[in-house]
Design a protein around this ligand. Structure first.
Ligand code: ADP
Ligand code: MG
Length: 240
């Protein structure tokens, strides 16, 4: 069974429809990348999956269960944003533990183990006692990813997580994310980017969005070799 099913999802802000009927199935453990030009609805779609926005019409299912009405914390998702959104007054450890402390029923010891495991995966253990302002941009973004791992989500959502990093760090962090997916076999990842190289190297499948609609879905090779339209060809086939 597909892990995530989107059925004719629509979203309007006031009178303006920005997601215009998106249907898509994402398999368990799949790395799905949403690409498309600025303003096509990538972030909105991600926010609908996360539950940060209400769906205007359509059905969203996780593991066969309709989740339209579930709050974000009940969906088992973790989201990593473009801006790191760490709490400035909390240490790295506290930032990473915070999501778990909000959920009831985790012992201090369990929280500590999960934070340390995530910190080891991302090689940020030595920074656990620091404040965000004592870290570089790249380190902060690793903490944001570490915080998501700590929550042990069934779905990871990334919204252009690398776009604030310089070129070298972007490559290093991209490789980190690929490794992370490999080591978390059953965790579905949805990753938004407008960077073709990121899309081509990370994705199991790419979903090309255009003006609130799915233009084409396929593996990077399928889209590269058999684009359905000039739009897709232009987006996938012309490396910058
Ligand atoms: P992308 O992430 O692909 O750049 P977005 O999902 O951010 O695109 O935005 C898609 C469209 O929806 C844009 O036209 C944007 O202005 C509009 N939009 C997004 N969020 C809101 C909002 N809260 N209120 C009104 N319009 C919005
Ligand atoms: Mg966006």
């Amino acid at each position: 069974m597909a892990n995530l099913q989107l059925k004719d999802i629509r979203k309007s802000f006031g009178a303006v429809e920005v997601i215009k009927g998106v249907s898509l199935e994402i398999e368990s453990g799949e790395f799905m990348v949403f690409v498309g030009p600025s303003g096509c609805g990538k972030s909105t779609l991600l926010r609908l999956v996360a539950g940060l926005e209400d769906i205007t019409s359509g059905e969203l299912k996780f593991d066969g269960q309709v989740v339209n009405a579930l709050t974000p914390s009940k969906r088992g998702i973790a989201m990593v944003f473009q801006s790191y959104a760490l709490y400035p007054h909390m240490t790295v450890y506290e930032n990473m533990a915070f999501g778990m402390t909000l959920e009831k029923g985790h012992s201090k010891e369990e929280i500590r183990q999960r934070v340390e495991r995530a910190a080891d995966m991302l090689q940020i253990r030595e920074y656990l006692g620091r404040l965000p302002k004592q870290l570089s941009g790249g380190q902060r973004q690793r903490v944001a990813i570490g915080r998501a791992i700590t929550r042990d989500p069934r779905v990871f959502l990334f919204d252009e997580p690398l776009s604030n990093l310089d070129a070298a760090l972007r490559v290093a962090t991209r490789i980190e994310i690929a490794k992370l997916h490999e080591s978390m076999h059953n965790t579905t990842m949805i990753y938004v980017t407008h960077d073709q190289v990121e899309a081509m190297t990370l994705a199991d499948r790419i979903c090309v969005l255009r003006d609130g609609l799915v233009e084409q879905v396929g593996t990077p090779m399928e889209l590269y070799e058999r684009p359905d339209s000039m739009f897709v060809a232009g987006f996938i086939g012309s490396p910058k």
